[in-house]
Design a protein around this ligand. Structure first.
Ligand code: LLP
Length: 420
């Protein structure tokens, strides 16, 4: 018998026990990545902080794991913040992002004492100052800036370029005015700067370039305005392995050159090295997840292609249709069988673009087989939809051969529950 084992669990048994489609998340893998962050960043370098970018994958159980491991958490909405509040996540370790936070969300953040709000615009600065005044609180902020660097990733997930909806341009007359304005705010404490240049990045040079640009700004602000930047948040974006031709880089590959350069340049310019914050999401959880599907209809078009349809698709994984993302998969109940053909794995939605994998080599495949798509831990469950009124899949956490349900499968009633 050659079933695919994941997190010590037989995936075919998991599919039987919980049904499909099913997200399976390996807690051991998540802990390995967190331990790498502790060893190669937090313990290696003083004055550092790591927060998990919860948009990649957030459930109450995930928030509990991050809380237990002592990392902070990046949230971008009232919903993500609410999840953190519900598990008593330490609010001082929350960083609140977003390019258009609503007034309600700002109020929620201020009322709950989140550690830092990352301010995206001057409009938002005013909203925060007014809200902080109303609550008689001083709010710690960072400014998000766009360092003007392009990255080696899909254009929909690049965010550091000049032409971006995110952040404040690193242009003298804009950013320096913003800093002056923040310094004059009575209820705001400006700690420093943040950039996030994109996601699924495999090269470290764009981070280095971005840090160099911000360091120049930090020095000028010290010299011209007497402003000391105490924090520098370099965002997330570290790439992972989706297919055989990709590789997940070690954290050190990204971090070490950045920290070396920062230490050196700060010393050279007589600057106190700011607290450095990183915000990985995908790198922590991406390869920790797989999705299990049951194979249904198989359509063979002689000389053209064979479509193997599964019982999920773009509703549980929109990434192939959004970003032409490539995934690897395997037939979980025929794991050791010889590969004999190439098929196209199609989802079940009413969209021709609902294809999960274009060319997958598989053994003889038939209805009822269990197909596992790999590296679906990030931006799958968190981006799932109810298109075609398909209920969202359940999530099971596995660790050392044990499984536990952490999110129940949605029912049809769940889909209707807010309808009048
Ligand atoms: N920090 C900020 C401010 C971010 O905007 C993001 C991601 C992260 C950290 C974490 O990035 P990561 O380490 O996960 O790459 N839905 C897209 C990805 C969008 C990422 C948005 N921001 C995808 O599926 O590829």
């Amino acid at each position: 018998m050659g079933n695919f084992i994941f997190g010590g669990c037989d995936t075919v048994e998991l599919a039987k026990k919980y049904g499909t489609p099913l997200y399976v998340v390996n807690e051991d893998y998540i802990l390995d990545r967190i331990n790498e962050i502790k060893r190669d960043f937090l313990e290696k370098y003083a004055n550092t902080m790591a927060v998990y970018a919860s948009k990649a994958f957030l459930t109450k159980e995930m928030a509990r794991i991050i809380k237990r491991e002592g990392l902070g958490m990046d949230v971008v909405s009232g919903g993500e913040l609410y999840t953190a509040i519900k598990v008593d996540f330490p609010m001082d370790k929350i960083i609140f992002h977003g390019n258009n936070k609503t007034l309600d969300e700002i109020e929620m953040a201020v009322a709950n004492n989140v550690g830092r709000i990352v301010v995206d615009s001057m409009y938002e600065l005013d909203l925060i100052e007014n809200t902080a005044k109303k609550y008689h609180k001083t709010i710690k902020i960072l400014f998000r800036v766009t360092p003007g660097v392009e990255t080696d990733t899909h254009k929909f997930i690049q965010t550091g370029q000049v032409d971006s909806k995110f952040g404040i341009p690193l242009k003298d007359n804009i950013i320096k005015k913003a800093v002056e304005k923040a310094m004059a705010c009575k209820y705001i404490e400006l700690l420093g700067f943040h950039f996030h240049i994109g996601s699924q990045i495999h090269k470290n040079n764009c981070y280095i370039l971005a840090v160099q640009r911000i360091l120049k700004l930090i020095k000028e602000l010290r010299d011209e305005l007497g402003f000391e930047s105490r924090e520098l948040n370099i965002g997330g974006g570290f790439g992972i392995r989706y297919s055989a031709d990709e590789e997940r880089r070690s954290l050190s590959y990204f971090i070490d050159p950045i920290m070396d350069m920062l230490e050196r340049e700060c010393e050279r310019n007589n600057l106190r090295r700011p607290l450095v914050i990183i915000e990985p999401g995908r790198w922590i959880v991406g390869e920790a997840g797989i999705t299990l599907y049951t194979v249904g209809t198989i359509k063979e078009i002689p000389g053209v292609r064979t479509y193997v349809s599964v019982d999920g698709g773009m509703t549980d994984n929109p990434r192939p249709s959004l970003y032409q993302a490539k995934y690897e998969g395997l037939v979980a109940n025929k794991y050791n069988e010889e590969v004999v053909k190439e098929v196209t794995v199609a989802g079940r939605c009413c969209e021709s673009g609902d294809i999960l994998i274009w060319d997958l080599k598989v053994p003889e495949i038939e209805a009822g087989d269990i197909l596992a798509v790999l590296s679906t831990g990030a931006y799958n469950y968190s981006m799932a939809s109810n298109y075609n009124r398909i209920p969202k899949a359940a999530v099971v956490m596995v660790s050392k051969g044990k499984d536990r349900l952490i999110v129940k499968r949605e029912s049809y009633e769940d889909i209707l529950k807010n309808e009048l």
